[in-house]
Write a protein of this length. Structure first.
Length: 279
């Protein structure tokens, strides 16, 4: 509740309020879109293939006669919720590695960070592409591949924050009193690292969303007939010359979602990043 109140008290310009409203709508669709869909998103109707937008099919139909509006609404769950699953997973894994490394110190800390640096040397999307192809083309494989390739940023960031916190006097006092490790992490590390980490999470949402849609687009993520936005664009690209609506609406949803979450991330960075609070 405190997080929500802090967010609502942040000053925002009209563009940022529009982005917040758009993000709320997208999250609502991601949760309830499958029940809002007017048609079965997987139902094939070759008699109505590539029909233009009408009252019955406001976004038109695809090459198999499936209703695009229904597929866009249902696909929000796959694209958006998969994005948040990836971001939360890499947050937990990366922070666990980074905080553990900082508390261990010495040679073990050095080894973990050098391995992290090696991992960071590979572009995340290229690394994810290789893992997804090796694991087999599916949405689950794309999610796992992105988790494997995206955690090092959080490991290094959380390790840096933890090292800085451990140098403060109140941690030395806690050590003198014999405060256990788990309590120091819960009372000192997590509260002090929260602002920086939530900014990184907000900025990564749009990047991860584009990445998972991109993997589906090139064929190593979600597969048709799954109504994932990137897979829908890939399925309709061969028909764009005669049916522009096939790729317009899923592409527009990816664009709006990425822009909205990116604007929110910039707003959070402006208000919470300690490096931007200095006069």
């Amino acid at each position: 509740m405190n997080i929500v109140l802090r967010f609502l008290r942040m000053p925002a310009n009209p563009v940022e309020w529009i982005a917040i409203g758009l993000a709320i709508v997208i999250l609502f669709i991601a949760v309830f879109g499958i029940w809002l869909a007017p048609h079965d998103p997987l139902q094939i109707n070759f008699r109505g293939r590539l029909d233009p937008p009408t009252w019955d099919h406001p976004f038109g139909t695809d090459a198999s006669g499936r209703d695009i509006l229904s597929r866009v609404l249902a696909g929000a769950r796959l694209t958006v919720l998969s994005t948040f699953a990836i971001v939360l997973s890499v947050l937990v894994i990366g922070c666990a590695i980074g905080i553990t490394s900082a508390f261990m110190g010495g040679a073990l800390d050095n080894i973990i960070m050098r391995l992290t640096d090696i991992w960071l040397g590979f572009p995340p999307l290229i690394l994810a592409l290789g893992f997804a192809a090796a694991l087999g083309a599916s949405l689950e494989a794309a999610i796992l591949a992105l988790v494997i390739s995206w955690w090092p940023n959080y490991a290094r960031l959380s390790r840096m924050i933890t090292v800085e916190i451990l140098s403060r006097s109140f941690v030395a006092s806690a050590d003198a009193l014999g405060v256990p490790l788990w309590r120091k992490v819960r009372r000192y590390v997590i509260p002090n690292a929260f602002d920086v980490l939530i900014v990184q999470v907000a900025l990564d949402v749009s990047a991860v969303m584009l990445a998972i849609s991109g993997l589906s687009f090139i064929g190593v993520g979600a597969q048709i007939p799954a109504p994932e936005w990137g897979a829908m664009i890939a399925d309709g690209r061969s028909h764009v010359g005669q049916a522009w609506w096939v790729i317009l609406f899923p592409g527009l949803m990816i664009f709006l979602a990425a822009v909205a979450f990116n604007i929110i991330g910039d707003m959070l960075r402006r208000e919470l990043d300690p490096l931007l609070q200095r006069p």
